[in-house]
Design a protein around this ligand. Structure first.
Ligand code: NAG
Length: 362
């Protein structure tokens, strides 16, 4: 009995084995709650390295926070892909972790090499960093996977606004802005972050706080819904829908709403599934959104009952978030269509509160 000294109790042996072999830091029950995200994200982390705000020690704090975010987003079975770009000190954008880097351990190996950079003349800007994201995403972002960029900066520049809106419209990117220090809470934060800004603009006092909010940032990232393409004939098929779980997608409505209101029609073959839509909650659930009660049933080929729901989307709306509450049925389908409203039904934009979704039109 050579090992008696260690394994006195069977439970203790198992406990020790787990301690030695479970190396993943992430809490898999926290990140990626939405099954449609498939435990995947295309994530770009942009760090402003302006020497006026970042010392060697502060760089260390940022690196720790970035690593914690990567660990959290890489639970067992996940397929994240990461990119980390530093700007604001070196004259060209410093690609510290090239996208796509697909594991938290590969992320660590690359991030560990990052050293403090002294300011060079004509340092790179947030705009250049965003351009890098755009081209990296064009070649490396996956279809049907949520796309998120997080900017960490103490000197935010409103000039980046146009580049951010282009990333949202062109790549379906959600841009989270973490404003550090005196910039925290200023209007510029809300102007740069993706809508809804109460979720995506994150003000913090200093870089020490960054490690306190890192887990929160990871869970926001993992909750960004993937896009559902509109007006295509192939539905999103959910095989074995879980009961009581929300299946959330977002639609890019920008191209349809530049001059007018539209209707979004959501069709499912699950008549018993509650449906939620919101312009202000990226994860609409019963706790924050009223279910759409105006269900229109119809019978498709084969006699299967289908349900349609309509959402009235005001002019200028970039995105709508839609959730279907699972009921345990196998193979549920979701299809979304954008329908132009006749002119007589247009609502003056001034009368519409864009933060609250107007009720359905039957
Ligand atoms: C760095 O910060 C200083 C002080 O706020 C600012 O004047 C300068 O424009 C910043 N440089 C860059 C490249 O953002």
């Amino acid at each position: 009995m050579h090992n008696t000294g260690v394994c006195v109790w069977t439970n203790v042996c198992i406990g020790l084995a787990l301690l030695f072999f479970v190396t993943v830091d992430a809490d898999p029950t926290k990140a990626f709650n939405n099954p449609l995200n498939g435990r995947a994200v295309d994530l770009f982390l942009l760090v402003d390295e302006n020497n006026s705000y970042m010392s060697v020690m502060q760089l260390g704090l940022v690196k720790t926070a970035l690593q914690n975010i990567a660990n959290e987003l890489n639970p067992v079975g996940s397929t994240p892909s990461f990119g980390v770009f530093f700007y604001g000190a070196t004259s060209s954008v410093n690609i510290v972790v090239p996208h796509p880097t697909t594991t938290a351990s590969a992320f660590k190996a690359k991030l560990d090499l990052k050293q403090y950079s002294m300011m060079q003349t004509n340092p790179s800007t947030l705009m250049t960093a965003l351009d890098n994201v755009d081209s990296a995403c064009q070649s490396g972002c996956r279809p049907s996977v949520p796309r998120v960029t997080v900017v960490f900066s103490s000197v935010l520049d409103l000039k980046a606004q146009a580049a951010i809106r282009r990333l949202e419209a062109g790549r379906g990117m959600t841009v989270i802005i973490v404003g550090i220090g005196s910039y925290a809470g200023t209007p510029i934060l809300n102007q740069l972050a993706s809508h809804p800004v109460q979720h995506y603009a994150i003000p913090i006092g200093n870089l020490f706080e960054l490690n306190v909010v890192a887990a929160h940032i990871s869970s926001i990232i993992s909750d960004v819904p993937r896009f559902l393409e509109t007006n295509i004939n192939a539905p999103l098929v959910i095989t074995s829908m879980l009961s009581g779980i929300y299946y959330t997608v977002q639609l890019n409505t920008q191209e349809y709403t530049t001059t007018k209101d539209v209707l979004v029609m959501l069709t499912t073959n699950c008549p018993g599934c509650s449906v939620y839509g919101s312009l202000s909650e990226p994860n609409p659930i019963s706790a924050n959104t009223a279910a759409n009660q105006d269900r229109h049933n119809f019978y498709a080929a084969g006699g299967f009952p289908n349900s349609q729901y309509y959402f009235h989307i005001p002019k200028g709306t970039g995105r709508i978030y839609l959730s279907v509450l699972g009921n345990g049925m196998a193979s549920a389908n979701i299809l979304a269509y954008v329908i132009n409203l006749p002119n007589m039904m247009q609502v003056s934009a001034a009368n519409v509160d864009a933060s609250s979704l107007s009720e359905t039109i039957g």
